[in-house]
Design a protein around this ligand. Structure first.
Ligand code: FAD
Length: 436
């Protein structure tokens, strides 16, 4: 089989992320297929069809068409967390953020199985599904996202989350929270309680406060939003605060962790009250409690997590450092300086696809580059962003100095409006990159 030169592979990875390299890796495979011999590139199974898993499945198939790719996803449809805050603010409906797997299956020849992986046997390279069947693999990628630390806050469990929603996985929780906002009285109070680091989507709680404020300003203008933070600072803080002052003066109050009197550690769902470690109560009409998080449950079952509940990986390839032939991408992984975001998960999915394709083809995996951009909307025409480029340095993913950065402070209305438009463009292009 013709080998791809290291230099060419690096160039392709560098040009457009791992994506460009997929096409190049496909060339030797097409040549191989023409010989009529059996597929030499094995079976890859991916658990989790979100930002990391769906992207990885599609790009692996493009990179290496001869590989049999199976995607195991619990749900029939995927509801994105990105733009779910906009649904809460009334800017979009649930249909806008709901996607299906038809094209991955029909257009890209990915076998999509709607089932839940309940166990992984790394020695036998086999996965057990809730439906009873088993699926074998040569390489396994998991991108299960997050689960919540239900033991972290007394009284907060999946049942309590029906009345005090987290809405940190989009879907029915988003709808519950939206209905509560609609039902609250004008002059009422909404609490948002974000967790400490690390957690999914660092700017997410503050975009959520903005979207709540947008809805309340237009519908219940005497209402207040209180953010009870576990942290003393947060992502894009200066930009958010400047935007709040401009669009929603006096409506949003942020209380930093060190002024809170302990962390939120108890909930009384019936009384709609949350308490800090020092028993300080906070009651509100709507409480959005975002609990501390850990890697998705299957990562724990499979012995892929460290003591902090996240998955250590070789950050060049995303292969687990705890189990051979299993790769972990997305929120569940420890990915150096990259935040837990959909864009990061998608970028990692491409790098991981390239690493596996290179391994099957016997081509060296060069040091890749990774990207992330997170847009946040403060109002419908008021967008801000943070962007980063990352490279491997001494085995760790680190930010490239001087690349990326945040939107400028004090930008004019046209600039903010353009960023709001880019946010929509970003959403449309990344979801189409995942699913079509
Ligand atoms: P997910 O996308 O959560 O996918 C995991 C999938 O695995 C799920 O579909 C789940 O059903 C499936 N699954 C899990 N376990 C199993 C199992 N055992 N068997 C079968 N299937 C399983 N990121 C951005 O880049 N930009 C944004 O603007 C942005 N906004 C956000 C706003 C909010 C409110 C929130 C909460 C998050 C936001 N994010 C944003 C972050 C983004 O949603 C996550 O970082 C991203 O979804 C992570 O991708 P993932 O593949 O790791 O996990």
């Amino acid at each position: 089989m013709k080998q791809l030169s290291r230099r060419r592979f690096i160039r392709l990875l560098g040009a457009g992320g791992a994506a460009s390299a997929l096409g190049a890796l496909a060339i030797p495979m097409r040549g191989y297929a023409a010989t009529g011999k059996a597929n030499p590139q094995g079976r890859v199974v991916i658990i989790g069809g979100g930002f990391g898993g769906a992207t990885c499945a599609k790009y692996l198939k493009r990179f290496s068409p001869g590989t049999a790719v199976t995607l195991i996803e619990r749900d029939q449809q995927y509801v994105t967390c990105p733009f779910s805050n906009l649904v809460l603010g009334g800017l979009h409906d649930m249909d806008y953020i709901t996607h299906d797997y038809q094209q991955l299956q029909n257009k890209f020849d990915i076998k999509v199985m709607h089932d839940e992986a309940t166990a992984i046997d790394p020695a036998a390279r086999s996965i057990t599904l809730k439906g009873g069947s088993k699926v074998d693999y040569d390489a396994l990628i998991i991108s299960p996202g997050i689960d919540f630390r239900w033991d972290a806050i007394e009284g907060y469990d999946p049942e309590a989350a029906e009345s005090i929603p987290h809405a940190w996985k989009a879907g029915s929780q988003t709808q519950i929270l939206r209905r509560q906002l609609e039902a609250m009285p004008d002059g009422g109070t909404v609490i948002i309680a974000p967790p400490g680091n690390p957690f999914r989507c660092p700017p997410g709680p503050y975009e959520r406060a903005s979207m709540f404020a947008h809805y309340l300003k237009n519908n219940k203008p005497r209402s207040k939003i209180l953010i009870l933070d576990a942290k003393d600072k947060f992502s894009k803080q200066g930009l958010f605060m400047q935007g709040w002052e401009k669009l929603y003066p006096g409506m949003i109050e942020w209380v930093k962790g060190s002024d809170l009197g302990g962390t939120i550690d108890r909930v009384d769902a019936a009384k709609k009250t949350i308490y800090t470690t020092f028993d300080r109560p906070f009651k509100a009409d709507v409480i959005n409690l975002i609990p501390p998080q850990k890697a998705g449950a299957i990562a724990h079952t499979a012995g892929l997590v460290n003591n902090d509940g996240w998955c250590p990986v070789d950050q060049r390839t995303f292969e687990s450092t705890m189990q051979k032939d299993i790769y972990v991408i997305g929120d569940a992984s420890i990915a150096g300086a990259m935040p837990k975001s959909g864009f990061a998960a998608s970028s990692q999915g491409k790098v991981c696809a390239a690493a596996i394709a290179a391994r099957f083809l016997g081509v060296d995996m060069p040091d890749p580059s990774y990207v992330n951009t997170c847009y946040s909307l403060i109002g419908p025409d008021y967008g801000i962003s943070v962007a980063g480029i990352y490279r491997i340095d001494d085995g760790n993913i680190k930010s490239v100095e001087g690349a990326g950065g945040v939107s400028p402070m004090d930008a004019d209305a046209a600039f903010r409006q353009a960023e709001a438009r880019y946010a929509t463009g970003w959403y449309q292009s990344i979801t189409s990159d995942m699913f079509s």
